[in-house]
Design a protein around this ligand. Structure first.
Ligand code: R5P
Length: 296
């Protein structure tokens, strides 16, 4: 990596940050976040590690507690001489509230984008949840680079699954499922989902009779409560299909979601390492490292 650049990790134990640093032939400078008894936070860096360009690695799966330390970190790095602070957020939060669903709500995707854009000079992320916002540049005013997990996920499926049938549980997942199916030349279908509440979703009944000898692979960008996949698993079971493999790019696993998925009949659950979790099987360090090299 350029001698004028350094990597900082917002999270003390980040395997992804370590692996990125290894690929970029550098080391990670860990940021200490002190929580005061009243819950305020103070970030502390190693001043000697600051370079002209500082790359901050921070997955934003827990965005509210991470938000202020992120802002403080950017300011601290600049005060110690950084001229460019680049955020690498493998999981980018606050993309789903992309419109006002109910009168009186805020459109947090826009506000969060404005906040990040005012503290960072560029953003690198993996498959953000783009739905009604078609392009990050519609809401981010800094340069953004999006890495697509599909080629790496496609390789994983090719090696690990015999005769897959890819299933996207909703229209938003169509973009990813179509790309994946094209890359490994396998059949796919996209279902329809209606969400009634955070944990209350209906998914349309899939027509799977002609695919009964295939392995169903449910694929979604985000697994949060798991309800979307659990609903779909129920339909597949009733249709007589084999237990499905569930793959998510970003495994948020709110509460007991992972156990609920297994309990509902998922044969296995697999995620990429944008968010650290026991289901991480698909390593995106290589494409993220290339994106960082490009930005540098
Ligand atoms: C939203 O449409 C996303 O693509 C996912 O389908 C959604 O976030 C999954 O959420 P949950 O696991 O809570 O059903």
């Amino acid at each position: 990596m350029s001698p004028n650049a350094a990597i900082f990790s917002l999270h003390e134990k980040s395997d992804l940050a370590e692996s990125l640093a290894q690929k970029l032939a550098t080391t990670v400078s860990v940021v200490k976040i002190h929580r005061f008894p009243d819950n305020e936070s103070c970030v502390r860096i190693v001043p000697g590690d600051v370079k002209q360009t500082c790359i901050v690695i921070a997955s934003l799966n827990n965005p509210d507690p991470a938000g202020l330390p992120l802002v403080f970190l950017s300011e601290t790095l600049r005060e110690y001489g950084a001229e460019r602070v680049i955020l690498v957020a493998p999981y980018l939060a606050y993309m789903r509230q992309d419109q006002r669903f109910r009168e009186g709500e805020g459109i947090t995707a826009r506000y969060f984008a404005r906040l990040v854009s005012s503290y960072f000079d560029a953003l690198i992320t993996v498959d953000p949840h783009l739905h009604r916002i078609h392009n990050l540049q519609e809401v981010y005013s800094i340069p953004t680079q999006v890495i697509h997990a599909a080629p790496v996920v496609a390789d994983w499926i090719r090696i690990n699954v015999n005769q897959p049938l890819l299933i996207g549980p909703d229209i938003e997942s169509a973009q990813w499922v179509r790309a994946l199916a094209g890359q490994i030349n396998v059949p796919f279908m996209v279902l329809e989902k209606v969400r009634h509440g955070d944990r209350d979703v209906d998914v349309s009944v899939p027509e799977v009779q002609k695919w009964l000898h295939h392995v169903p692979v449910l694929f979604d960008d985000i697994i949060s409560t798991g309800r979307t996949m659990i609903e779909t698993i129920g339909h597949l079971k009733r249709a007589g299909m084999a237990a499905p493999l569930c793959i998510g790019i970003h495994g948020l696993f709110a509460g007991q979601a992972y156990h609920d998925l297994i309990g509902a009949g998922a044969a296995n659950v697999v995620t990429t390492n944008t968010i650290k979790h026991a289901t991480n099987r698909i390593d995106l360090a290589a494409p993220i490292a290339s994106a960082i090299r490009e930005v540098l």
